[in-house]
Design a protein around this ligand. Structure first.
Ligand SMILES: Nc1ncnc2c1ncn2[C@@H]1O[C@H](CO)[C@@H](O)[C@H]1OP(=O)(O)O
Ligand SMILES: [Mg+2]
Ligand SMILES: [Mg+2]
Length: 280
């Protein structure tokens, strides 16, 4: 049977490539930075322009489809995942990197139907790496198949995480305490590319054995979640339970045993959910 969503996925790959060229071009110019929720939550005109470019193009081609886009939600759109075909878009994942010229910047496009993720496209546009995965059909980087690492020893693992953008001292204490406990297992090292999507693609490639973070949003992880699972990895909540895309928490690992081992060291907390009703 023909794949119902292959057309949409082909379009997503083409759009990610176009968007990546816009982002690379913008890296050559001076970037005007604006703040969103705080002084470390940044947005640029390029984030907004790229999201509009992607959404408009999808609307023209698939007029009945719905969207969850980072900058649209910031502008007041609802963040709800229904059963309708829904594109979940982060126009620039790694805006802080983009602003500083740190070379991990990705366009992330996920696609869900009946609340199930069908495909994910993450384009790390400075490296020119196109990560793609279609549910049940494997994960690829620039067309080459991806496989997570076969490391089963936590003490020989590299773990990716981020300091995050929630900076009240109590939260920072929890974030640092989790990192301290993981370092003291000890693991080989802790890394962080500055983008959730690229960190997860690193799990899919096998160059890190796990990634976790609390504070991410559904658009940071939707596309890369398909890439990790199609590369043979597992996704879970930071407590080791089932992943909830709207919960702002993710743990991706090369195996369930590595994931569960890390989850035992994480001080979990619960940020306001992505699908929480807006404050009155
Ligand atoms: N100051 C900050 N430091 C790190 N990540 C940040 C951040 N502010 C927002 N983020 C978001 O948190 C995610 C995980 O760290 C990133 O992918 C990034 O997505 P963004 O660039 O699309 O906002
Ligand atoms: Mg992001
Ligand atoms: Mg973004």
């Amino acid at each position: 049977m023909a794949d119902l969503w292959q057309n949409a996925m082909d379009h997503a790959v083409a759009l990610a490539r176009t968007a990546g060229a816009v982002v690379r071009e913008a890296l050559q110019d001076e970037r005007k930075v604006m703040m969103k929720s705080s002084s470390v939550d940044l947005v640029t005109q390029t984030d907004q322009k790229v999201e509009q470019l992607i959404i408009q193009s999808v609307k023209d081609k698939f007029p009945t489809h719905r969207f969850i886009g980072e900058e649209s939600v910031a502008a007041g759109e609802a963040c709800v995942l229904t059963d309708s075909p829904t594109w979940i878009i982060d126009p620039i994942d790694g805006t802080t990197n983009f602003v500083h010229g740190y070379p991990f910047v990705a366009i992330s496009i996920g696609f869900a139907v009946n609340k199930q993720l069908e495909f994910g496209v993450v384009y790390s546009c400075v490296e020119d790496k196109m990560f793609t995965a279609r549910r049940g059909k494997g994960a690829f980087c620039n067309g080459r198949p991806l496989q997570v690492s076969d490391q089963k020893e936590i003490s020989q693992s590299i773990v990716a995480t981020e300091f995050g953008s929630i900076r009240d001292p109590e939260t920072v204490d929890k974030v640092l305490s989790s990192m301290r406990k993981i370092l003291c297992i000890p693991v080989h090292g802790i890394r962080g590319a500055g983008t959730a999507a690229v960190n997860m693609c690193h799990v899919a490639c096998g160059c890190v054995d796990a990634y976790y973070e609390i504070g991410i949003h559904v658009w940071d992880v939707a596309a890369a979640a398909v890439i990790v699972s199609e590369a043979g990895g597992v996704l879970m909540d930071v407590t080791g339970g089932q992943l909830d895309l709207m919960s702002r928490r993710v743990l991706a690992a090369s195996s369930r045993s590595i994931g569960e081992r890390i989850s035992r060291e994480i001080e979990a907390f619960a940020p306001v959910r992505d699908d929480a009703p807006p404050p009155q």
